[in-house]
Design a protein around this ligand. Sequence first.
Ligand code: DGP
Length: 113
Amino acid sequence: MKDCIFCKIASGEIPSNKVYEDDQVIAFHDLSPAAKVHVLVIPKKHIANVMEINEENSGIVAHIFEVIAYLAKELKLEQGFRVVSNCNEFGGQSVFHLHFHLIGGEQLDVKMC
Ligand code: DGP
């Protein structure tokens, strides 16, 4: 999608500090890390956020969680981590391309629920 920063990262137009890539998914370090490990896992195909997940595209979400499980081991997060997807204004979403924050590498102190 034109003007979507994560589409540009997915296509390689904007560089990123990549930790994983396959034909459907890319994962890279967050520009403003909230913890020692803070990786964003995104579908290459543009989906705005969780509100746009449906029967036709939910397979990518299952695949993203397989990638998250793989990365959790690769990044040595066995002691624990958090997966977050912010959605729309009240959820604090700032980039409108579906992404999952994989956060860990230390004790996380802000427990939302
Ligand atoms: P959210 O606020 O949930 O929409 O998360 C967007 C995240 O994306 C935020 O933690 C900062 C990160 N971010 C924004 N622009 C870039 C970028 O150009 N490169 C990288 N690596 N991360 C970015």
